[in-house]
Design a protein around this ligand. Structure first.
Ligand code: SAM
Ligand code: SF4
Length: 340
């Protein structure tokens, strides 16, 4: 018996009850990472048991099911996607959807530590753009914020990506006590090389061992700081995500602001997320979760697509994060489970 939600044109299965068409999948390929950023993870993390994590073949089938239903943009994330063993095989395989035209963009969010050795291969697979997370240009602060990382390694990675022809956008989480001091250096670094720079408000996901209120820097405060020296003009430019962009007169570059805390952007949300264990989350800021590993392993492609379509219909209207002193995390899940 055909499933009614699937007998309509493929894309209709991906329209939610609020009329939002889901075209964008963020797929976490691992919850593990070589860094321990202070806003993302605790010092001692318990990661998913390996047998619960989807195999590369399962990740491929899962992504392909979303693409068959109308997803046109796929972002691989993590944890750190480039530490997943065999990740380049997965990306090479997924690139067939770029070649067929079903997928318009295959991209990654990465911390950049492994980019120097993978950049060329990524470009050969049809990856055109990357988001690289970089919160500071101070080596000591980088080491402290990531609890172990090397700034030089990431800068080498960014250089290698650019040399391979990849367009790099930098993402920085706005952190009280650090970003205000660094903001002009970050802008000069990014815009000096023609890269967009986006600031993100820290979200209260998971226990990271520190009080979130001590980390939280509202972006209106950061913007006011930037405007003490630079002239910003709001633009209506969007890149398909939640960032609102301003143009900097002095550099000619763009700064994006992602404000999940102080300004909700849920009404235009076109994305869903799947964890490395095959759990579909249709809202980053809600507890809703639909297991896709079961259908993936048991029922074949039709059951899998039906599970996806059913979950899309139930996508929550939006989220409402609150950060308060001593408050519990809004959600127990860490950012590294879904990758932002
Ligand atoms: N490891 C990769 C990286 O760092 O780019 C991909 C995964 S990481 C979870 C994705 C993005 O989420 C990064 O830009 C990171 O800065 C951001 N992020 C992590 N924890 C966050 C939090 N609590 N609030 C806001 N952004 C966060
Ligand atoms: Fe790892 Fe990215 Fe989380 Fe940092 S933000 S700990 S690099 S997953």
């Amino acid at each position: 018996m055909p499933n009614p939600s699937l007998s309509s044109p493929a894309g209709c299965a991906m329209v939610d009850l609020f009329g939002r068409r889901i075209r964008y999948l963020r797929l976490s390929v691992t919850d593990r990472c070589d860094l321990r950023c202070v806003y993302c993870m605790g010092e001692d993390m318990t990661f998913m048991p390996r047998d619960q994590v989807l195999s590369l073949e399962e990740l491929d089938r899962l992504a392909s099911a979303f693409i068959a239903l109308g997803v046109t943009k796929l972002r691989l994330t993590g944890g750190e996607p480039l530490v997943r063993r065999g990740i380049l095989d997965l990306i090479a395989s997924l690139s067939r959807h770029l070649n067929s035209g079903a997928l318009q963009e295959l991209t990654l969010t990465t911390n950049g530590t492994q980019l120097a050795r993978h950049a060329e291969a990524l470009a050969l697979c049809g990856v055109r753009r990357l988001n690289v997370s970089l919160d500071t240009l101070d080596a000591a602060r980088f080491h402290a914020l990531t609890r172990r990382g090397s700034l030089a390694q990431v800068l080498d990675g960014i250089a290698a990506a650019r040399a391979a022809g990849l367009k790099v956008k930098l993402n920085a989480v706005a952190l009280a006590g650090s970003t205000e001091q660094e903001v002009f250096n970050l802008i000069a670094f990014a815009h000096g090389q023609g890269m967009d720079l986006t600031f993100i408000e820290t979200m209260p996901l998971g226990d990271v061992g520190v009080d979130r209120i001590d980390q939280y820097l509202p972006l209106n405060v950061l913007r006011a700081r930037i405007e003490t020296r630079l002239s910003l003009t709001d633009t209506s430019e969007r890149t398909g995500g939640p960032a609102r962009y301003v143009r900097v007169a002095e550099t000619g570059g763009r700064i994006g602001f992602i404000t999940p805390m102080s300004h909700s952007f849920c009404e235009s949300c076109n994305r869903v997320r799947v964890s490395a264990t095959g759990v579909l989350h249709t809202c980053l800021g809600q507890e809703d979760a639909v297991d896709l590993k079961g259908p993936l392993r048991a029922r074949g492609e039709e059951g899998l697509r039906a599970a996806i379509a059913g979950a899309i219909k139930a996508k929550p209207k939006g989220h409402d994060f609150v950060i308060s002193r001593g408050g519990a995390p809004a959600l127990a899940r860490h950012m590294s489970v879904l990758g932002g």
